[in-house]
Design a protein around this ligand. Structure first.
Ligand code: 4AD
Ligand code: MG
Length: 475
């Protein structure tokens, strides 16, 4: 690259060398003899201050004065000057600027058919910014979210690659329902309007894939096929859920990380999940310090200390049965909307109560009733519970869900039938138990839930560039 990023310039000792700054103007202040232009290029949290000194002449010359006069918040600019120590607090260096070119205007007021730049220097609500999601990356908050998200994505690969996991890509279009839960988006090239007019039932043998197909809800089943060949694998890709849940923790399109390991039992899976989260928190604490300081000051007070304390703590383990006993005990005082009882699915309010009030930190809940978990989970000897694990954290509830898988052919076939599914649809999956079956375990972590946890952002729609949720597919 020919020019330096602002992040790189800021890290350079101020030895009066020539620099060129390119980016978008955040603020301009014109004070008698000095004009300050703060430029941000998103390479780091901080922008760089460029100072134009009118000196004793009281002017920078006609051309430069005109350019400076025309610069607005949001304009893209190129500024040239010399790097100098900064007298201002909070920054070591600034640019003693001698020249400025406007690359692209951003009008401060409506002109002709161009409306005023919507991100004028003031506080904007997150709701408003969601409506202009194509511009929100230019704000402090979304710049910081984006950098943290990027660092976390890299750390995911680092963590698994350092531990012998192979990165595999599982299909996005699939004919199988990995979770057996049915909240899938159908993929079709059939002409729906013509079908509706004809009044006939759709003939899926004429559809693109010759059968009904969907966007995947999880890459797990395919990951299992590779784990029972390469021992340790992971996926990291988009997944889709057509759940009609309009919450601050659900998206219709989200990214999921799914490790799967052969010869691993639930205990190994729990250790892997705990190590994974701690590794990710460490990565952002050491590499995204400025962004985290911003979240700590403006979004979620104490988030840095929380992350540090999680890193230094041992996760609590609790069986579903014990968790339910705790919830029932607290029940009368806790005013739950859904009364907890053994056999019920943990509601978000129950998860929060467990992790925030009872454990006061992350907790791994294990051994759930088989009825509320997916068909592929390994049955316990009690024949009532399965080797499931959910990692719950304060504020969010579930961040990770996983299990040891049923590796016994007969028991797996029985579960599939019991759940009203067709074993023929899962023939290839059952082959893993027919040929060289082995104990294996894995989990899934929603990438956006992770970013939410680390940044303290309240709404999951604010940690992915373009959120897709019920009734929302803009941009
Ligand atoms: O608990 P889930 O449904 O588990 C699975 O999909 C398994 N196949 C994972 C596995 O064992 N390989 O989803 C896993 C995680 C959840 O814990 C949550 O973090 C996230 O995915 N998640 C969502 N994130 C955002 N929006 C949604 N609608 C989500 N649904 C699940
Ligand atoms: Mg789950």
């Amino acid at each position: 690259m020919a020019s330096l990023l602002i992040k790189e310039i800021l890290a350079t000792p101020p030895a009066s060398q020539d620099v060129t700054v390119r980016g978008w103007v955040r603020t301009k202040r014109d004070l008698k003899n000095l004009v300050f232009v703060e430029v941000n290029d998103g390479s780091g949290f901080n922008g760089i201050q460029c100072t134009f000194d009118r000196g004793s002449a009281g002017s920078l010359g006609e051309e430069l004065e005109a350019a400076l006069g025309a610069v607005n918040t949001g304009s893209s600019v190129e500024i040239r000057g010399k790097l100098a120590p900064s007298p201002a607090s909070g920054q070591a260096v600034e640019v003693a600027a001698s020249d400025l070119s406007i690359i692209g205007d951003a009008p401060a007021e409506s002109t002709g058919n161009i409306a005023a730049y919507p991100l004028q220097k003031k506080r904007h609500s997150l709701e408003f910014l969601r409506e202009i999601a194509h511009l929100r990356a230019r704000t402090n908050t979304f710049g910081a979210v984006t950098r943290v998200r990027s660092r976390l994505g890299f750390a995911v690969h680092q963590f698994f690659q350092e531990r012998g996991f192979q990165y595999i890509q599982t299909p996005i279009i699939t004919a199988s329902d990995a979770e057996g839960a049915g909240a899938m988006f159908q993929v079709t090239t059939l002409d729906l309007e013509a079908l509706a007019k004809s009044g006939k039932a759709p003939d899926y043998t004429k559809d693109f894939f010759g059968k009904r197909s969907y966007l995947t809800v999880s890459g797990q089943l395919e990951a299992e096929t590779y784990a029972t060949a390469l021992t340790r694998v992971y996926t990291f890709g988009p997944t889709f859920r057509a759940e009609n849940s309009n919450t601050t923790r659900h998206l219709a399109e989200f990214w999921m990380i799914e490790p799967e390991a052969a010869f691993a039992h639930l205990e190994d899976n729990m250790i892997l999940a705990e190590d994974f989260l701690k590794y990710l928190f460490n990565a952002v604490l050491s590499d995204c310090a400025e962004d985290l300081a911003f979240f700590d000051a403006h979004v979620e007070k104490g988030i840095i200390d929380t992350l540090k304390s999680v890193i230094n703590s041992k996760f609590t383990h609790m069986s579903y049965t014990d968790a339910m006993a705790e919830l029932e005990k607290a029940g009368s005082n806790a005013a739950f909307e859904f009364k907890p009882y053994w056999g019920c699915d943990l509601q978000s309010e129950h998860e929060k109560f467990l992790t925030e009030k009872i454990v006061k930190g992350p907790v791994i809940v294990t051994d759930y009733p088989k009825e509320i978990k997916a068909f592929y989970m390994k049955m316990n000897d009690d024949n009532k519970t399965v080797r499931a694990m959910d990692v719950l954290v304060p504020r969010l509830g579930e961040i990770i869900g996983g299990s040891e898988r049923e590796d016994n052919l007969d028991r797996l076939e029985k579960r599939i039938r019991e759940m009203g599914m067709d074993t023929a649809d899962y023939s290839w999956y059952l082959d893993l138990r027919r040929y060289g079956t082995a104990p294996h375990s894995g989990f899934g972590m929603g990438f956006e839930r992770l970013v939410q946890y680390v940044t303290g952002m309240a709404n999951i729609r604010d940690v992915i560039p373009y959120p897709r949720a019920v009734g929302q597919a803009e941009f």
